[in-house]
Design a binder for this molecule. Structure first.
Ligand code: NAD
Ligand code: DAU
Length: 432
């Protein structure tokens, strides 16, 4: 038997594949388009593992997906592939429509054709290999499809009305509806999970937590959108992966399972927690006009950062700070005036008046809010616990400490992302 996993060179998918192959010798066929978010370096430890079969391709390529299904006869497809960044969906929604809606549609059609041809178990009889009844299509989705909550409203349950507010969440909501319809109309054996904000190793530093860590270590500003009081529920990525394995194994066909960490926190609290952990693990010092972050040396106003022995040149980052305004002593600028590819906001801490520079909190910069920014997400994860027996293993305190430590221990991975070198990995590794 084997499973086909899409989008598994990305953040959650790569953690899923690493965990899967650490606990099983069932092969994984990994189909990924390698957009800017796909990084095969995440899976470098599987280079010599014959149970990891990487295929460079698009979920929207019906011919390719059909060939893979015929060749490997997987018992399940787990669909992580998506455009996942809300800010990018605001700048340019088209890729989100293309992959998240049309891509999911084409994937569903290829899977349906494969599934319909699988043999049905004859009553009392035995069939070699995968049968129609064994097959599963698991679609990985998000809590953002449910819209935004006020501070006092109850957390999202699986029956909460869909009210997506961003191009990203609208595209994910559309894909969820397609998956549901393919079950009701064609009987495709589907499962859907809607999860809250993940954090952990291999998280691309365009998202809040890795951006904070990477920027702080480089002495760059820590951009907080609006008043920083937006609330998210945070789940350690390995817990999300264990929830998906659990739903795949025990989930009831056609059902939706909300997955969350019972860790609601305001963004500004997250920023403070990350700063305080860095103060403890890699304290920052001020030495004659230069900020020295542990072993990292950051020279004011210049784009060259020397971190330990490695040198980071801030690659493709382009900064358009024309719209900056100063609000009560802090720099405020629109996140939409910066080019977000892949790492954007750069306000040298020394170019604004931040003193004393003895704590990473001094780098916090309030910037213009994200358009249509959802105020609060909260997940009621009681169904998956009650019906399938899953609950998270990490608390936020344990998970965030592991995460900060991982970034400190994996500066090469960070440097390859910042410099853009990770894009060369496929060529280097696979000679493509
Ligand atoms: P990511 O952006 O890190 O990774 C996405 C991966 O999908 C990349 O490897 C990319 O190359 C690949 N991909 C994109 N378009 C593709 C296509 N057309 N065909 C094949 N591969 C393609 O995303 P992530 O954070 O790992 O999220 C994975 C899934 O989980 C997404 O569906 C996302 O909506 C969902 N999700 C994410 C979170 C979170 O906090 N990150 C929370 C809940 C749900
Ligand atoms: O809720 C699940 C979703 O979580 C997933 O479906 C998405 O794929 C994933 O990207 C994530 O979406 P968010 O928009 O919540 O994640 P992000 O890390 O971009 O932002 C988290 C919060 O922090 C959000 O309220 C915006 C805010 N933020 C973000 C960035 C990048 C800032 O204040 N400053 C920043 O620089």
């Amino acid at each position: 038997m084997a499973i086909l996993v899409t989008g598994s060179a990305g953040f959650i998918g790569s953690n899923f594949v690493l965990d899967w192959l650490a606990g099983s010798d069932e092969p994984v066929i990994n189909l990924d388009k390698l957009t800017y978010a796909g990084n095969l370096e995440n899976l470098a430890s599987l280079k010599d593992n014959p149970n990891h079969i990487f295929v460079h391709g698009d979920i929207g390529d019906v011919k390719l997906v059909s060939e893979l299904l015929e060749k490997y006869q997987p018992r399940a497809v787990v669909n992580f592939a998506a455009e996942s960044h809300v800010d990018r969906s605001i700048h340019g929604p088209e890729d989100f429509i293309q992959t998240n809606i049309l891509g999911t549609f084409h994937l569903l059609e290829a899977v349906r054709a494969y599934w319909q041809k699988l043999p049905s178990p004859v009553h009392g009889g035995r069939i070699e290999g995968i049968t129609k009844a064994d097959f599963r299509f698991l679609h990985v989705s998000t809590d953002e499809v449910y819209g935004s909550l006020t501070k006092d409203e109850p957390a999202f349950t699986e029956t909460h009305r869909y009210e997506p507010n961003s191009p990203y969440s609208a595209s994910k909501a559309s894909s969820d509806h397609l998956v549901r319809a393919w079950h009701h109309t064609y009987g495709l054996p589907v499962l859907t999970t809607n999860c809250s904000n993940n954090y952990g190793p291999y998280h691309f530093p365009e998202k809040l937590i890795p951006l904070l860590i990477v920027n702080a270590l480089a002495g760059k500003s820590l951009p907080v959108y609006g008043d920083g009081q937006q609330i998210r529920d945070w789940l350690y990525v390995k817990d999300h992966c264990s929830a998906i394995r659990c739903v795949l194994e025990k989930g009831k066909l056609g059902e939706v399972y909300n997955v969350g960490g019972w860790n609601e926190k305001a963004n500004l609290d997250i920023v403070h927690i990350v700063c305080d952990l860095l103060d403890e693990l890699r304290p920052m010092k001020m030495v004659s006009g230069e900020v020295v972050s542990g072993e990292s040396k950051i020279v004011s106003g210049e784009s060259e950062v020397v971190s330990g022995e490695s040198k980071i040149v801030s690659g493709e980052s382009k900064i358009v700070s024309g719209k900056s305004e100063v609000v009560s002593g802090q720099t405020r600028h629109s996140p939409l005036t910066t080019d977000h590819s892949p790492l954007s906001t750069d306000h040298s801490p020394l170019s604004t008046d931040h003193s004393p520079l003895s704590t990473y909190r001094s780098l916090i910069t309030f910037v213009t809010d994200r358009p249509g920014h959802d105020r609060r997400y909260a997940i009621d994860a009681r169904k998956i616990e009650r019906e399938l027996g899953w609950k998270p293993a990490e608390t936020f305190e344990t998970g965030i400490r592991k995460t900060v430590q991982w970034y400190l221990d994996n500066q090469d991975w960070v440097n390859n992302v910042l410099s853009g070198n990770y894009r060369q990995w496929v060529e280097k590794q696979y000679g493509e």
